[in-house]
Design a binder for this molecule. Structure first.
Ligand SMILES: Nc1ncnc2c1ncn2[C@@H]1O[C@H](COP(=O)(O)OP(=O)(O)OP(=O)(O)O)[C@@H](O)[C@H]1O
Length: 379
C-alpha cells in the first residue's frame, strides 16, 4: 500500500491540507415509524481532523450506527451535508458514491469476513471489486497482512482464526483501497479485554505509521480513553459534549459523559470509609466543621502542570495532618489525572490553610463529607 497519500486517483476528493477529513454539517435523520416520524439524528455537526483518532461514544440507541451509516452514505441523511476528503457525498449519485466510498475503510464488530475465502482473498476482495490488476493486488495484500501481523496466515480460512485474528483481517481489508479514513464500528466489542488491547494497539500503530485518520464508534469509554485524541458524546441523536479526551475525562460537562467517566474511573469511597460518613456537622464559613468528633474528608483532584508535584508532602510541610483513605491515579493521553481522599486530623485552621495552598497552585481541593473521628466506634 502507498504510504504518504497522493490524491492522484480521480475518484478521490481534493481536500486542502487543513480541510477536515470528515465534515458533518447539520445532519438530521428521520425514519418513518408506525407511530409517526422518529428523528434519530438531530442537527449533528462535527469535524474529524486529518491524522487524528476521533471517538464517538454513546449508549445503546443513541444513534451511533445511524451516524456511521450516514458518514459512508449507506443511509442518506434527511437533511445536512456529509463531506469526506473534500468531496460532498450528499451531492453524489449512487454510482458516483460507490467510487467515493473507497475513501472510507470500514471495520465491523462481527468482522463480516467471507467464510469460503482465504485470509488473502478476503483482503483482496475490495481490490478486485475496484477493478485493480492482479499485480497491484499481490503488491498490496502481502504487505497489509504483514502489517496486521498475519503474514503467515494468508492461506487460512476465517474459521481457523481467533476473534482477534479475524479482526486483523477485517482491518487489512479495510485498508486495501488506501482510504482517507478508517471507520471502526464497535470494532472491539466482540473481543475479550486482552484481544481488545492488542487490536487497539494495532489501530494506534497504523494511525502513527500511516498518519491515517481513524473514527471509533463505541459504547466503551475505555476504548476512547485508550487511543482517541478527541471525542464526541452522543445522546438521543444529539452531540451533548465534544472535546479532547483528557478534558472530557477530567471535567465531563454532561450527565451522560459523567456517567461514562464514572463507569471507568471509580472514585467512589470504599465501603469501610463510606460506613464512617456522618451527617454533615455544622461548618464555619470556610466549610470546616465546628462539631466535635467528625473530621472533614478532603478530596484533591490532580490535573494540569501541578499534578506531578509531591503534593501531600507539601501539605504536610505546611502543617496538615492527614490520613490517606483512598486514592487513584490514571494516565489519559499520557497526562496524569488523579484523585486522593484524605481525612484531616488537625482541625479547622490546618484545613483552611490546605485549601488555600491547593487553590494557589492550581489544584482542586474540596470537602466532600465528614467521617467519624474514631472509626472503631462506627464499626
Ligand atoms: N431503519 C430504521 N427505521 C426506524 N428506526 C430506526 C432505524 N434504524 C435505527 N432506528 C432507530 O434509531 C435509534 C438509534 O439506533 P442506532 O442503531 O443508530 O443506535 P446505536 O447508538 O448504534 O445503538 P446500538 O449500540 O444499540 O446499536 C434507535 O431507536 C433505533 O430503533
Amino acid at each position: 500500500m502507498s504510504q504518504p497519500r497522493q490524491d492522484t486517483d480521480p475518484q478521490k476528493g481534493t481536500a486542502a491540507a487543513d480541510e477536515p477529513v470528515i465534515r458533518l454539517e447539520g445532519i438530521r435523520k428521520t425514519f418513518r415509524a408506525r407511530s409517526g416520524p422518529a428523528t434519530v439524528l438531530d442537527d449533528i455537526s462535527l469535524s474529524v481532523r486529518q491524522g487524528e483518532i476521533f471517538g464517538i461514544i454513546g449508549r445503546s440507541g443513541a444513534g451511533k450506527s445511524t451516524l456511521v451509516r450516514c458518514m459512508n452514505m449507506l443511509e442518506r441523511p434527511t437533511a445536512g451535508r456529509v463531506v469526506v476528503a473534500g468531496q460532498d457525498m450528499t451531492a453524489l449519485s449512487e454510482k458516483a458514491l460507490r467510487g467515493a466510498r473507497h475513501q472510507i475503510g470500514m471495520v465491523f464488530q462481527h468482522f463480516n469476513l467471507l467464510s469460503a475465502r482465504t485470509v488473502y482473498d478476503n483482503v483482496a476482495l475490495p481490490l478486485e471489486i475496484a477493478g485493480r490488476d492482479p499485480a497491484h493486488i499481490r503488491e498490496t495484500v502481502g504487505p497489509l497482512l504483514e502489517m496486521v501481523g498475519l503474514g503467515d496466515k494468508a492461506g487460512q480460512y476465517p474459521a481457523q482464526l481467533s476473534g482477534g485474528q479475524k479482526q486483523r483481517v477485517g482491518i487489512a481489508r479495510a485498508l486495501a483501497n488506501d482510504p482517507a479514513v478508517l471507520l471502526c464500528d464497535e470494532a472491539t466489542s466482540a473481543l475479550d479485554p486482552e484481544t481488545t488491547q492488542s487490536i487497539l494497539a494495532l489501530l494506534k500503530d497504523i494511525n502513527a505509521r500511516l498518519g491515517l485518520t481513524i473514527v471509533l464508534i463505541t459504547h466503551e469509554m475505555a476504548v476512547v480513553k485508550e487511543i482517541a485524541d478527541r471525542v464526541v458524546v452522543l445522546d438521543q441523536g444529539r452531540v451533548v459534549e465534544e472535546g479532547s479526551v483528557f478534558d472530557v475525562f477530567t471535567a465531563p460537562a454532561s450527565a451522560v459523559a459523567r456517567s461514562f467517566v464514572g463507569d471507568l474511573l471509580n472514585h467512589d469511597l470504599p465501603a469501610p470509609v463510606a460506613a464512617r460518613l456522618v451527617e454533615a456537622p455544622a461548618v464555619d464559613e470556610d466549610g470546616v466543621p465546628v462539631a466535635e468528633g467528625a473530621n472533614p474528608l478532603l478530596r484533591i483532584t490532580f490535573t494540569g502542570p501541578a499534578a506531578n508535584r509531591p503534593i501531600l508532602g507539601e501539605l504536610m510541610a505546611e502543617g496538615l495532618l492527614a490520613n490517606i483513605l483512598h486514592g487513584s491515579i490514571d494516565y489519559i493521553q499520557g497526562k496524569p489525572f488523579g484523585v486522593l481522599t484524605v481525612e484531616v486530623l488537625n482541625g479547622a485552621a490546618a484545613m483552611a490553610d490546605a485549601l488555600e495552598y491547593l487553590h494557589a497552585i492550581g489544584l482542586k481541593g474540596e470537602i466532600i463529607g465528614h467521617v467519624t473521628a474514631d472509626h472503631r466506634a462506627a464499626a
